[in-house]
Design a protein around this ligand. Structure first.
Ligand code: HEC
Ligand code: HEC
Ligand code: HEC
Ligand code: HEC
Ligand code: HEC
Length: 474
């Protein structure tokens, strides 16, 4: 090797390498410096007009102290005309318009959820102002029995849990979870309010959801950190993500107590979650067409985001979804939580502080990610539906039971992974490569399920990170 290099004039590639390296480093450094600067920007300077404490949930009262944040907060009820679906209000459902129905847009979702409430009503998410109303009026609640645990992420729960637990939030959480939804929701008055994210005395961010306090503690324990207390131990930066992660995550209701629980013991990936459910033996429903036992995944926005390049670079949910805007001399966090891509102005405040590009270039990059994602999703979905059809036919044509059982296993994996991916809300953006990898696994598991029906696949699925036990030597 050495003689080789001495013979060649090798300074050119090296020089190119160093210059390119320096440029990339400078670019990443500039981005990182930007991130660090952004950490100390929020000055909570304000005129205290009214006193607020743990008993005041109503944001309009807090809003008197912080009119700018309050105005933006109220604007989460904004919906562009083209996203509204008008309807005739009824006594049961007084809404004059809803968000677009996802199951009408893609009937393959109905195939995936045959036998489960999501097959009757599932819509696009919309602004925080609607969270309580939309939950109370979805057909999943009107036509099926649901537990009080649903309320955890759809209402201002600080005062509710304090009331139900006589000042003990954990006791209130336990009491609320196992109530009927009708009873629990009668205690709720508002969607998420200031009190759910802020300490009334200091205005510091705080975690108010018992399920997240427990979930992140379990997760940290799995990573070797004992007795993690998120409100004591999380950094101010982490809190800018964790406040959102209280609700934007995959979850299930554990046992008769209906305890809201996150499947994080092994970690935050899709494999970790399915491994957890397999170990505890949890499934949501039996598929009406094939008899497979299925786990339904729900909006793993935080977990997916945690596998992407922005999270690794220290960027937080608030950086993009509540970016700083200037109000006169003051910098404030935009409390109109929504898509950062909704206008040139928001792209500017959310992305261009770090990325040296134009709003149109950012739009193109995001649309490019969405397009590649949608393509991979279509391929995966078609493969999945083909498995369901073959399996349904096989249950009626005398196919060997062992083959059917194995194919059902594969349906379970494919369904959970597909659901995990399509119920994540960024259509690939939060972690582009990871999202495509999940869809790849869906296509693969669907194909293996079909091979199982033919007797050509004889092993059940494995997950990345699962310890595979060695076959005993014979
Ligand atoms: C761990 C938090 C959490 C829990 C528990 C929760 N949700 Fe949600 N829900 C969310 C989030 C976040 C969204 C917005 C993102 C989305 O739609 O994927 C949402 C969206 C919704 C929507 C609007 C979109 C749609 O699905 O049509 C409805 C309705 C809804 N949830 C009903 C329920 C019901 C019923 C339950 C109880 C079975 C429940 N939620 C439990 C967090 C939660
Ligand atoms: C208390 C639970 C909860 C918390 C905390 C929460 N969300 Fe949500 N979020 C929801 C629910 C539920 C919806 C869907 C409401 C609906 O469709 O009616 C939603 C909707 C959204 C949407 C869709 C808005 C739109 O216009 O389409 C975005 C974006 C969003 N949340 C981001 C965030 C971010 C960022 C944070 C943290 C700053 C956060 N959320 C904190 C529960 C929550
Ligand atoms: C680097 C910027 C960035 C970060 C950080 C980020 N997001 Fe997003 N998020 C986006 C983009 C871009 C989209 C796609 C929006 C679009 O195409 O309109 C999106 C979409 C969403 C949506 C769906 C919005 C809608 O209108 O339907 C939700 C909900 C959401 N993000 C929640 C979160 C949560 C929770 C976190 C933190 C765990 C987070 N995001 C972190 C940029 C970001
Ligand atoms: C879903 C969580 C959430 C809700 C609800 C919420 N905030 Fe915030 N708020 C944040 C985040 C995140 C920040 C950024 C704080 C930081 O980085 O330290 C913030 C920052 C602030 C700040 C500091 C100055 C600034 O703008 O950055 C004030 C004041 C504030 N919020 C007031 C309010 C008021 C008033 C309400 C109710 C009308 C409210 N917030 C509702 C998440 C929330
Ligand atoms: C606080 C700084 C920061 C903000 C805000 C930010 N980014 Fe980034 N972004 C980064 C860093 C750091 C990287 C990784 C280094 C790189 O690839 O340039 C990155 C990478 C990316 C990538 C490549 C992603 C990949 O997985 O390959 C895209 C696309 C992107 N950002 C889009 C956006 C958009 C759109 C927004 C606004 C909604 C945004 N970013 C906001 C810092 C930021």
């Amino acid at each position: 090797m050495e003689t080789e290099t001495r013979k060649r004039p090798n300074w050119l590639p090296l020089a190119v390498f160093f210059v390119a390296g320096a440029l990339v480093t400078a670019g990443v450094l500039a981005l990182l410096l930007n991130i660090f600067e952004r950490r100390s920007e929020a000055d909570v300077a304000f005129q205290k007009v009214v006193e607020v404490d743990e008993t005041v949930a109503d944001a309009s009262v807090w809003g008197q102290n912080f009119p700018v944040q309050y105005e933006a907060f109220k604007a989460t009820d904004y919906m562009p005309e083209e996203e509204r679906v008008p309807r005739e209000p009824t006594a049961e459902d007084p809404r004059e318009f809803t968000a677009i129905s996802k199951i009408e847009e893609d009937p393959r979702l109905v195939t995936m959820w045959q036998g489960y409430a999501f097959a009757i009503d599932y819509r696009e998410p919309r602004g925080h102002e609607y969270m309580l109303l939309d939950q109370r009026t979805t057909r999943r609640v009107l036509e099926r029995d649901q537990p009080g645990a649903c309320l955890n992420c759809h209402a201002s729960t600080v005062t509710v849990m304090n009331e139900l637990g006589d000042g003990d939030m954990m006791a209130g959480f336990a009491a609320m979870n196992k109530m009927s939804y009708e009873e629990a929701t009668s205690y709720a008055e508002h969607p998420v309010q200031c009190i759910d994210c802020h300490d009334p005395e200091t205005m510091n961010l705080r975690i108010t959801r018992p399920a997240f306090i427990e979930g992140i503690k379990e997760y940290k324990a799995g990573q070797g950190v004992a007795d993690y207390d998120v409100n004591e131990d999380a950094t101010a930066i982490e809190m800018r993500t964790y406040t959102c992660a209280q609700c934007h995550i995959e979850y299930y209701f554990k046992g008769e107590e209906k305890t809201l629980t996150f499947p994080w013991d092994h970690g935050l990936t899709v494999d970790n979650a399915l491994q957890y459910y397999d170990e505890v033996g949890f499934t949501d429903f039996e598929h009406a067409l094939t008899g497979a036992n299925i786990v339904k995944a729900q909006h793993p926005d935080f977990e997916t985001f945690s596998q992407g390049v922005h999270y690794q670079a220290g960027v937080t949910c608030a950086d993009c979804h509540m970016a700083y805007t200037r109000e006169g001399a003051m910098k404030v966090s935009n409390h109109q939580v929504a898509s950062p891509m909704r206008s040139d102005e928001t792209i500017n405040s959310s992305c261009l502080t770090c990325h040296h590009a134009t709003a149109d270039e950012m739009r193109e990059r995001v649309e490019g990610i969405h397009e590649r994602y949608e393509h991979a999703k279509d391929v995966a979905f078609d493969a999945f539906v083909a498995l369901v059809e073959d399996l349904e036919a096989a249950t009626a044509d005398g196919t060997d039971q062992a083959r059917i059982d194995l194919a059902r296993d594969y349906q379970k994996k494919a369904s959970f992974f597909l659901d995990y991916s399509v119920s994540e809300n960024s259509r690939g953006f939060h972690a582009p490569a990871y999202s495509i990898r999940i869809l790849n696994d869906v296509t693969d598991a669907s194909r293996k399920g079909q091979l199982a029906l033919l007797g050509k696949e004889t092993e059940s699925y494995t997950l990345i990170g699962t310890a595979v036990e060695a076959e005993p030597e014979s």
